[in-house]
Every structure is written in C-alpha cells, then in structure tokens.
Write a protein that binds this ligand. Sequence first.
Ligand SMILES: Cc1cc2nc3c(=O)[nH]c(=O)nc-3n(C[C@H](O)[C@H](O)[C@H](O)COP(=O)(O)O)c2cc1C
Length: 199
Amino acid sequence: MPERPAETAFPIHDLLRRRWSPRAFSTKAIEREKIGSLLEAARWAASSRNEQPWRFVLLERAQSEAFERMVGCLAEGNQSWARKAGLLVLVCAYPKFTPDGNANRHALHDCGFAVGCITLQALALDLWVHQMAGFSGEKARAAFNVPAEFETVSVLALGYYGDPAELPENRRAQETGPRSRKPLVEIAFDEVWGKPASF
Ligand SMILES: Cc1cc2nc3c(=O)[nH]c(=O)nc-3n(C[C@H](O)[C@H](O)[C@H](O)COP(=O)(O)O)c2cc1C
C-alpha cells in the first residue's frame, strides 16, 4: 500500500493524514460486520434538522449481476479500476424536509458529511474509499429503481487495497504521485473575506 500522507503545517488525526483515494482495489470480499460499521458511521452523521437525507444502495462483488449493472453506470474511465472493488455504493439524497416538504438546500452537504464518516470509519477498518462523480445518474436510477423524489449523488468504490501493478498503465502513476492542496491562507480568512488567515 503506497503511503501518501498529507503534508500538514499543523498536526491532524492519523486517519485524516493517511486517507487518500486509491484505484488499486483488491477483489477480496468485505466482511458484513464491517459493512454494518460503515453504515452505522453514516447513520450517526449530523444533518440539517436531523433530516438524514442520505440513502445507500449497496452492491457487493459477490452479487455479480447487480454489481456489474452498477459498473455499467460508471464513466468509462472509472470502470476499469472500480470493478475490482469489493463494494460499490450508490449514494442518493432526499432533497426536501420531510415534515413540511420545503427544499433542503443542505441535503447534498449532509450526504457529503455521511460519506466522510464512512470514509474514515473504513480506513479505521483497513478499507479504502474512492468517491466518484463519473457515473450516469439516469442509468443508475433506472438500474436500481431509485424513486423520482430522490437525487443520485455519487458512487463509492470501497474495499481492501490491491496490486497497483494490475492498474491500466495511465492510472499507475496517479497511485503514487504527489498529492497537492491549496495553502491554508487561500481557504481561510481572518475577520473578513479575502484577508488571509494569519497562520
Ligand atoms: C465528489 C467526488 C467525486 C469524485 N469523482 C471521481 C471520479 O469520478 N473519478 C476519479 O477517478 N476520482 C474521483 N474523485 C476523486 C478525486 O479526484 C480525489 O479525491 C482528489 O483528487 C483528491 O485526492 P485524494 O482523495 O487522494 O486526496 C472524486 C472525489 C469526490 C470527493
């Protein structure tokens, strides 16, 4: 497993430091206990008005027909590596507040937080997550009977780390190259927008 720790100016939790988005997945099945823990991590995420807008459709490799249907919904560039993951997860969101039917403009935000919780819980269990926007929401909706009132948000490839040598040539370098981020001063402001934070 290539170590690609975040380079930070200040210390952060080891799970955050170690997390990255791999593509070299092992085909090894994920224990059901562990899948249960991942879903509990999502279930206990915070959400606006505790709406819990997230829904997850789980496709285990062993469920080969449904799993392949999910692979077929992915963008071509994602298919080659994501099809090895032990689990694919279609993330969906309910875009309204249940009690009054008003628009919930934080539904996607809350789904993102739930996925973040899954991602860190996964890493604590030696499992890795690669989120994907590259998929057809319409295909996925049809393939998995997602109701019209829900939005399709993303797909997660999730599993044990595999062998990077098995990746397509063009993907291999991405598995080891440097990781980059904007500097803190560009994303955090002191007192007023645009005044760089004085770290
Ligand atoms: C919402 C979202 C969608 C993404 N979609 C894709 C994708 O379709 N294909 C892909 O290879 N990577 C995808 N990524 C991975 C990002 O490219 C990756 O997180 C980013 O380059 C930072 O790298 P790191 O996660 O290793 O730190 C996605 C990430 C997120 C959060």
